[in-house]
Structure formats: structure tokens, C-alpha cells
Ligand binder design. Structure first.
Ligand code: TYD
Length: 204
């Protein structure tokens, strides 16, 4: 089973992932937690380029670097683990590219979707979109650490990312589940777990 987590900055994906991981490890299920960008050796280098506030990167270069990172991620990690029947959970995946490079940067989303489908990127079984107001998310991100190149963007950029996420969720309502990110960590995890478990049952 392939699950992805999506959301704007500071939406609480990391805590949720930790909870999902401990739950499935407790059940002795093989679970692989991964993230984008930066899950492979090459990906780590690409991630440094992408997130460094010093990088001057054009929007199209940014798009292609995200796709290069993903291609490597798919080949080295996602597909091999799915073949072994492991549960793969990725913190961000192709919906991030549509929301950030499409919505945020304003690149043509049909071009991005076309690239994703031409590269035959596997489609997740389930995607959770953790929904919080932009201001709340940015405040959380600011408290956490130094701001990276994306977190440093103006508030309007993040608003565009958020609306783009809503749009993608509407277009893919079977796959993408919107989860309230302002509730307690426990409740958020409970909501997500219910959906994962019902999907696991249906897949049996
Ligand atoms: P990260 O520190 O992993 O952010 P977060 O904790 O919010 O997930 O940084 C990843 C950044 O890269 C994040 O700001 C979103 C951005 N991104 C894109 O713009 N496009 C993409 O396709 C992906 C995967 C990430």
C-alpha cells in the first residue's frame, strides 16, 4: 500500500508520520517512511539545492529538480518496497509539485500533470491532505527552525499552494482525504488511522 501525506508548511505531517510508524511497527507490519525531496543519496544533494535560501533557481528548474528527485526516489525506494508488499508512506509526493510549482509558482498545471504521467509515476492508493490555515502553519514553521527557501516565500504564495491543494483534492476525491490539522495530534491520528485501516481491509 502506498500512502502520501500532503499539506502546506507546518501542517503537522511529521508528528502524524511518527504516530503511524509506531502503530504499524507495533503490529509487526513492515512500514517504510520516506519523504520528498531528499530520500536518496542523489536526492539529498537535490534537496540541499532546492531548500537553500541562497539558491537562485528558476521555476522550471525547480520543477525539473523536484521531478529528478522523485524519479530517483521511485526507482530506488518506492517501487522496490511496494513489490515486497511493504507499506510505503511518503511525506510529500506529486501533489506537492502540482500545488507548489503549479499553484505557488504559477507554472502550467497541465504541463506538470503531463510530465508526471509521461514519467509513469506510481499513483498513491491514499493521500491525506492535512488542512490548516496558512497563518497557523507559517507560525509553526517559524517556531521550528530557520526558514528554508519555500517557507521564506510571501504569504500569498502559500495561499496559492493551499487553493491548489483544494482543487487537486476535489478532482481526486476518491484518493485524497482532507483531514482537519487543527485538532489534537491524537484526534488527527485517529481520523487517519480509521481511513488507512478501512483501505487495508478493502484491499485484502
Ligand atoms: P520540507 O522541509 O520537507 O518541508 P515540510 O516539512 O513542509 O514537508 O521541505 C520541502 C519543501 O519542498 C516544502 O516547502 C515543499 C517543497 N516541495 C515542492 O515545492 N515541490 C515538490 O514537489 C515537493 C516534493 C516539495
Amino acid at each position: 500500500m502506498f500512502i502520501t501525506l500532503e499539506g502546506i508548511e507546518g501542517s503537522g505531517k511529521s508528528t502524524l508520520i511518527k504516530n503511524i510508524n509506531s502503530y504499524f511497527l507495533g503490529l509487526n507490519k513492515k512500514i517504510i517512511i520516506t519523504r520528498e525531496p531528499g530520500a536518496t543519496l542523489i536526492g539529498q544533494k537535490i534537496r540541499d539545492l532546492l531548500l537553500s535560501p541562497e539558491s537562485e533557481i528558476s521555476s522550471k528548474t525547480e520543477l525539473l529538480l523536484m521531478l529528478a528527485d522523485r524519479e530517483q526516489h521511485i526507482n530506488k525506494l518506492i517501487v522496490p518496497n511496494l513489490k515486497l508488499n511493504n507499506i510505503v508512506i511518503s511525506d510529500r509526493y506529486f501533489d506537492s509539485t502540482i500545488a507548489y510549482q503549479g499553484g505557488g509558482r504559477g507554472l502550467d498545471t497541465s504541463m506538470i500533470k503531463m510530465l508526471i504521467s509521461s514519467l509513469q509515476m506510481p499513483i498513491p492508493d491514499l493521500t491525506f491532505l492535512i488542512d490548516i490555515p496558512v497563518k497557523v502553519g507559517l507560525l509553526r514553521a517559524k517556531k521550528r527552525s530557520h526558514l528554508d527557501r519555500f517557507e521564506n516565500e510571501e504569504i500569498q504564495f502559500h495561499e496559492r499552494v493551499k487553493s491548489s491543494y483544494y482543487k487537486i483534492a476535489k478532482e481526486n476525491s476518491q484518493r485524497i482525504k482532507i483531514i482537519n490539522g487543527e485538532q489534537t495530534e491524537e484526534k488527527l491520528f485517529e481520523d487517519v488511522l480509521k481511513i488507512i485501516n478501512s483501505n487495508l481491509k478493502n484491499g485484502e
